[in-house]
Design a protein around this ligand. Structure first.
Ligand SMILES: C[S@@+](CC[C@H](N)C(=O)[O-])C[C@H]1O[C@@H](n2cnc3c(N)ncnc32)[C@H](O)[C@@H]1O
Length: 254
């Protein structure tokens, strides 16, 4: 362990630990967990580094993660003094994960979509006024199938600095797919009132649903990074007088 607390020169600046660093209980849990497990997160080290850099630069932040998995303890321990909330589609999987890691903060979310509906949803979502860019909202939006309208209030009451979309499942047409997670993340980012932009990370962008919905709602002009199967967007809030926002989620097409 001495290398970890050794001379700063041995580490790139972003990874250096100051003499004031204190390790939190969740970080200690993470060390023990990953040191004794053969199962590692699905994202590669390069992909993880993309969001790690942002979490490091923000310090403690509000971090919303779609999905519980082998990476959850890692995400929570990379934001040890902030708020990290996981949204998971499967109540059974929540129980399984929390049995071993009860200190993770996770809630179940139910989706109104199936992945097979993605092309039709993309083509027709503007037919529903409450889905349109000038009106879209998330909480209580029963008319827009893409809005996650029934989440716990703490999701709506918190301004999320970082949103990681690595769920729900979308590898079978009967799965929910990530359409609603992408749409809802985009709308929450646009509604932000605090200073700064919202960082949105989307995994599995080699798949058609992820890439097409990202282009529609997260917008390539806001893509600030990408590595492997991960895209990184930095989405600014929409001002009240931003008339260009009325017609499109992207202020210009790319
Ligand atoms: C693509 S996985 C995310 C995997 C995560 N990034 C990781 O590294 O483990 C998305 C969803 O798959 C489901 N899932 C992941 N691992 C599972 C397991 N071992 N058993 C059952 N469901 C699982 C959960 O619903 C999760 O939200």
């Amino acid at each position: 362990m001495s290398a970890l607390v050794g001379p700063v020169g041995r580490w790139p600046d972003q990874f250096s630990l100051s003499s004031k660093s204190t390790t939190t209980p969740i970080q200690l849990e993470a060390i023990l967990h990953y040191a004794t497990s053969k199962i590692t997160p699905q994202q590669t080290r390069k992909e993880i580094d993309e969001s790690f850099k942002v979490l490091q630069s923000l310090g403690s932040c509000n971090f919303l993660v779609f999905g519980l998995g082998y990476d959850s303890l890692m995400w929570a321990s990379l934001n040890p003094n902030g708020t990290t909330l996981f949204l998971e589609e499967s109540p059974e999987w929540v129980k399984t994960v929390l049995k071993d890691a009860p200190f993770l903060h996770a809630k179940t979310v139910s989706y109104k979509t199936q992945r097979r509906e993605a092309p039709q949803l993309l083509k027709t979502y503007k037919d529903e006024p409450d889905c349109r860019p000038d009106r879209a909202f998330v909480k209580g939006n029963r008319h827009c199938k893409l809005a996650l309208d029934n989440l716990p209030n703490e999701v709506y009451d918190t301004e999320w600095d970082v949103i990681m979309i690595d769920a729900p499942r979308g590898f079978d047409p009967s799965h929910p797919g990530r359409m609603a997670a992408i749409f809802s993340a985009a709308v929450m980012a646009r509604e932000r009132k605090s200073p700064g932009n919202t960082h949105v990370f989307l995994h599995d962008v080699e798949r058609t649903v992820e890439s097409t919905f990202a282009k529609e709602f997260l917008c390539m002009k806001y893509k600030v990074g990408g590595v492997g199967k991960l895209w990184h967007f930095e989405i600014p809030p929409v001002g009240d007088n931003d008339s260009a926002a009325a017609n499109t989620f992207c202020l210009s097409t790319v």
